[in-house]
Design a binder for this molecule. Sequence first.
Ligand SMILES: Nc1ncnc2c1ncn2[C@@H]1O[C@H](COP(=O)(O)OP(=O)(O)OP(=O)(O)O)[C@@H](O)[C@H]1O
Length: 213
Amino acid sequence: MSFDIAVTLHRGNSRMTYEFTTGPGLTALFGPSGAGKTSLLDAVAGLVRPVEGHIAVSGTVLFDRAEGINLKPEKRRCGYAFQDLRLFPHRTVRDNLLYGWKLVRPEERWLSVDLALDFLGIGHLLDRMPSTLSGGEAQRVAIGRALLSAPRFLLMDEPLASVDANRREEILSLIERIRDELELPILYVSHDRAEVERLAHRIIPVEPPSSQA
Ligand SMILES: Nc1ncnc2c1ncn2[C@@H]1O[C@H](COP(=O)(O)OP(=O)(O)OP(=O)(O)O)[C@@H](O)[C@H]1O
């Protein structure tokens, strides 16, 4: 089993519950704006603490309220490609990519920097600053930074959001390659039905919160 999730989150005035298990591959969280898709990714990453329930990925328990388990974000081995990318603006592409890589013990790394550059086609961008990149280039760097942190699974939040229409196909094929060649479990957020139907092995509908916290 890849993702085994049954949690309740409170954010602001919203109370959101989620319950699903998935097999290997890419699982898409699909639903309208404000439904709580990003909040769930944040909870899996350890950035938001659920009020109850459990989260396990590939058999490792990340959070279990009843058992008192709540792994710190840096212990979860999660690669998070944020919707707003969050590249460090004052660091070059090279330094952005190496940031997570340097934090990982060498024996835990499963991807070399050279292979990542080749896989993502970003070797020519290493000395650039993030502000000079196109949306698609910046997205590939953000994905590269996530992969180089040696994750055991990936969280991807609307990776096509800042990519213009004629570069969408490039990023879509890259995500398919990550899904098929790297075989990482992926939890993927989108509100585009055609996109999730193309990419996902399993689609989890996320409905807007109905009750107030
Ligand atoms: N930091 C926060 N503080 C308080 N409430 C929040 C916070 N972040 C999100 N929320 C609320 O939690 C609910 C779910 O928001 P979330 O961003 O998870 O939805 P989403 O489905 O990812 O939306 P979008 O597609 O617009 O990114 C919303 O009601 C939102 O207002």
